[in-house]
Design a protein around this ligand. Structure first.
Ligand code: LLP
Length: 419
């Protein structure tokens, strides 16, 4: 459920009319709903309120400080994958003791930064990483609390580019090889082994792969404990899918049931790293139609947002629902259209052959479900400034990232003075 809806024929974000907001901030822009974000966090975390659980939002999904601060105030922690994300999480008010550091390529300086701030846990993804982390910790006379990210070799049945838990993937340590890594880790003076972590992929619309992976982790915890290894935390990652169109993804309560069924009696702190399920449907992208262009066999709706602003359709063939800000009259004609951006690539396409009421130049269109992996994946290709991000809360709105200026865009580079 989200708080984007029509009021008297005008699409609103909570109580804010989007035509008025567009007139105020210009287009294109991202718009996030505080009520939706809050609701999603409360629903997700509520399923674990009867146990020792830590919800660490996957900052990579949306790293806007306004969003992070909203989650932080609700008690949410952060799952980060870079020093930049640690800095953003802390700047938003998230305590280092609620930060878990994932990722296959942590550098020594990132480890040092995380150790200096005493984050809760490193999820270690390889032996070389373990050795480097040990060295960095010893150089600081401290210990790094770790979980090893195991790769359970489970097919998450999602898009290949966002599947992470199969043996062909670069993530984690294959389960059969993980036991010796735990033995080795336990022997290192700079390492404090505290848990196991797993994350098998993103936008999972079927719960079966989670159940399989969690069962494998459970069995593995048994093996570790039999060896005398202390396991206090179980990080079950993120990955729960959301509805983008008509699909019916699993409900968080059923997901929570499966996690609890497998893990509750192990006496560990359960950790989760949800990203998309918290922010995906809490954000939209608002864009204006620049032209409607007829070609021999296509009708192109050319909007002012492009693949550099929202790359998911181009990169994954992802579907985003498209709705007009002003509800069209019942007798407006419906046609198959291609909704495209102005970038000079044929792949700059939001929707191909989508049945829509044909808009006119100047009309506002909304790409729904753009709160996760939207703004964070944007760039300035074609020298297009990064777009504004706005948050609404009831009837109020706030620009949480101003649109990048042309001065900033042009001023980034330095012309070398060779002579
Ligand atoms: N934890 C780890 C270690 C991850 O790699 C990810 C996502 C998450 C948690 C959060 O997963 P979520 O709950 O959001 O599914 N750009 C792609 C998605 C990439 C996901 C990367 N890892 C997209 O737009 O679909």
């Amino acid at each position: 459920m989200d708080h984007f809806h029509y009021v008297n024929g005008v699409y609103h974000a909570e109580d804010v009319a989007l035509d008025a907001l567009a007139a105020q901030v210009g287009t294109p822009f991202y718009c996030y709903s505080t009520a939706t974000l809050t609701r999603h966090y409360k629903v997700f975390s509520g399923h674990f309120s009867d146990m020792d659980a830590k919800i660490c939002f996957a900052v990579k999904a949306n790293s806007n400080l306004g969003v992070l601060n909203t989650l932080s105030k609700l008690g949410c922690g952060a799952d980060v994958v870079s020093e930049g994300e640690i800095r953003l999480a802390m700047a938003a008010g998230i305590k280092p003791s609620d930060i878990v550091f994932s990722g296959v390529g942590k550098t020594a300086s990132e480890m040092a930064y995380a150790l200096d701030h005493n984050i809760f846990q490193f999820n270690v993804e390889s032996e070389p990483e373990l050795e480097l982390l040990n060295d960095v910790a010893l150089s600081k006379n401290t210990k790094a609390r770790i979980a090893v990210r195991v790769n359970p070799d489970v097919d998450p049945r999602t898009h290949a580019k966002i599947s992470t838990g199969q043996k062909e993937s670069k993530f984690g340590i294959a389960m059969p090889n993980a036991l010796p890594v735990y033995r080795y880790a336990s022997s290192l003076r700079g390492i404090d082994v505290q848990g196991v972590s797993v994350h098998i992929g993103s936008q999972l619309t079927n719960l079966e792969p989670f159940a399989q992976a969690f069962a494998r982790v459970r069995a593995f915890v048994g093996e570790l404990r039999a060896e005398g290894c202390t396991i206090k935390t179980l990080d079950l990652g993120g990955g729960l899918g959301i509805p983008y169109g008509q699909e019916e993804p699993p409900m968080p309560d059923v997901y929570a049931e499966i996690a609890k069924r497998e893990m509750k009696d192990l006496g560990c702190t359960l950790m989760f790293e949800p990203g998309r399920v918290l922010v995906g449907n809490a954000g939209i992208l608002v864009s204006r139609v620049v032209y409607v262009k007829k070609s021999t066999n296509r009708l192109f709706v050319i909007v002012d947002a492009a693949m550099n602003d929202l790359i998911r359709p181009t990169l994954y063939g992802a579907y985003h629902d498209i709705v007009p800000v002003i509800a069209p009259s019942g007798n407006a004609s419906t046609e198959l259209v291609d909704v495209v951006g102005p970038v000079c690539e044929t792949g700059d396409i939001f929707a191909e052959q989508r049945l829509l009421k044909v808009p006119a130049a100047g009309d506002l269109m909304v790409f729904r479900s753009a709160g996760a992996y939207g703004a964070v994946m944007s760039g300035t290709y074609n020298a297009r400034p990064l777009i504004a991000e706005v948050m609404v809360n009831g009837g109020k709105s706030a620009i949480v990232r101003p649109r990048q200026t042309y001065e900033d865009l042009v001023g980034r580079d330095v012309i070398p003075q060779w002579d």
